[in-house]
Design a protein. Structure first.
Lengths: 230, 268
């Protein structure tokens, strides 16, 4: 009976390495089975780059870093985690792991695959500061309560709102929505993109004020929020 | 006795991790604490040179991990301070010779007999960095008041938070007050505004550091050096003392504001 209960695991080759799909069941069991299977085939697998599809499992940072360390001790590299859970995805992203199959660096801007059904009405709420190296990609709006530091990026198919200082790279309307806007309490991005337009904002001095950037006749325009209200 | 494990890291190379580790260890040990430093920069070891112990190395960290010697055999006693020890890195191997769990085991073995374990992390965000922070209770991030170093510090602070080792504490090294005054260098305020972490020390640029590094005699032992004083202050803050940030010039302006940022250093 126990045999039937055992979670299944599949390994297949993909362009960037090996894709391992884990089965259902308690995470401890799945994890142990995974390590056993890896150990059995270690000679064959050594040096491989692994992408792990964890399905519906929700992984915290401790579990994911343990996973990565166990693999790295066996000479395997964990380079990405596929998941149905947004929590797990964001954990993977904070650990610097990929969360989709083809490498983001080789993707062209117009082809950002966003693996949730596009909906203009959903928003991702991020209540922390995005530091250099973190990347948020979302089909919908993105709201950050905190700063977006230089070296961080946000790519959203909808609007981007930052309740804080926006200094990183931001792309609103990434799937071509020209009505998308970017708002921030202090709008000072390294680069600001809306749909297909790219703007490099000039360095400004003086007191920062809340601003909103949008497309006007194909040009990115930033206006002070106070001026708009008048 | 249960030691606290302090990892000194930075992301960017050359900002003063090794100098900071050597001086903090020296300052803590000079106050009577039992201290052991571990050089986790396997393949590019330096801490032994800065402490002036290079010629005493017989066994190293990799020998301990691979079981070629006992832990005690790899611990080199400092020539000045009897309670300061160094476990040197191997020079002929690379970062993959040690794993994060090896480091955790090593520190667990050391914890019982010491007050402080200081780990000198290599630059970068790869295996060596993960080895260094795996056993950490406290992570100190060293940066310089330069845009590139601050950017890397930001990245590393994010990784430390992701590994649930945060909150990191910041040391700003090599501040030149005259350049800050002319607006040619980032001020400590500028750095803190971006990184939004607790400041645990500011080290002024000091030529004595180069001299003492070359001599293998940490500047923290030099009563007249300003940098040495700054390192001794950080050691006191790690012990939980409230120490005001020292003035680096006569202008009380921005330092006065910083003094309000003083927070207890030791216990989380």
């Amino acid at each position: 009976m126990a045999i039937e209960m055992q979670p299944k695991m599949q390994i297949k080759g993909v362009r960037d390495g090996l894709l391992v799909t884990l089965g259902e069941g308690s995470w401890e069991d799945v994890f142990q089975l995974f390590l056993e299977q890896i150990d059995q085939q270690l000679e064959f697998l050594r040096g491989a780059r692994l992408m792990l599809d964890v399905g519906n499992h929700v992984l915290k940072a401790v579990e994911m870093s343990r996973l990565r360390d166990e693999l790295s001790e066996r000479g395997l590299q964990l380079w990405g985690v596929l998941s149905n859970s947004p929590t797990t995805e964001s954990t993977a992203q904070t650990l610097g792991l990929a969360t989709r199959l083809s490498k983001p660096t080789t993707q062209r801007r117009e082809e950002i695959p966003i693996d949730m059904p596009p909906s203009r009405d959903t928003a991702l709420m991020i209540h922390r500061t995005l530091r250099s190296g973190s990347s948020v990609k979302y089909a919908g709006h993105v709201v950050v309560i905190g700063d977006v530091n230089p070296g961080a990026e946000i790519i959203a198919s909808g609007n981007v709102v930052v309740w804080g200082r926006l200094s990183g790279v931001v792309h609103a309307g990434a799937e071509g929505d020209e009505s998308a806007v970017v708002c921030a309490l202090n709008l000072a991005p390294t680069q600001l993109r809306i749909a297909g337009s790219i703007a490099i904002p000039p360095k400004r001095r003086g007191r920062p004020q809340p601003e909103m950037a949008r497309l006007v006749d194909g040009q990115v325009v930033a206006e002070a929020w106070d001026d708009r209200r008048r | 006795m249960t030691a606290k494990v302090v990892t000194v890291t930075s992301g960017k190379g050359g900002v003063g991790k090794t100098t900071a580790t050597a001086n903090l260890a020296t300052a803590l040990a000079a106050n009577g604490a039992k201290v052991v430093c571990v050089d986790a920069d396997i393949g590019l070891r330096n801490l032994d040179v800065v402490l002036g112990l290079e010629n005493r190395i017989v066994y190293d960290l990799v020998d301990v991990v691979e079981g070629r010697c006992r832990l005690r055999q790899a611990m080199i006693r400092d020539k000045r301070l009897p309670e300061l020890y160094l476990i040197p890195a191997a020079q002929t191997r690379d970062k993959n010779a040690v794993s994060p769990s090896d480091m955790v085991r090593l520190c667990d073995e050391l914890r019982g007999e010491h007050d402080w374990i200081l780990i000198d992390s290599p630059a970068g965000i790869e295996r060596g960095f993960r080895n260094a922070i795996a056993p950490a209770d406290i992570v100190l991030v060293v940066t310089n008041p330069e845009v590139s170093a601050v950017r890397d510090a930001d990245r590393i602070i994010g990784l430390i938070e992701a590994e649930e080792k945060g909150p990191a504490r910041l040391i700003i090294n090599r501040i030149k007050p005259s350049m800050v005054k002319r607006g040619e260098m980032l001020s400590a305020d500028d750095v803190l505004e971006l990184l939004a972490v607790d400041l645990v020390g500011m080290i002024p640029e000091d030529e004595n550091v180069v001299v003492s590094t070359n001599r293998g005699m940490p500047v923290a032992l030099d009563e007249r050096s300003k940098a040495g004083q700054a390192f001794r202050n950080i050691a006191r803050r790690l012990n939980g003392e409230q120490v005001p940030f020292m003035s680096m010039n006569d202008d009380g302006g921005f330092l006065g504001r910083l003094a309000r940022l003083v927070r207890p250093g030791g216990n989380r």
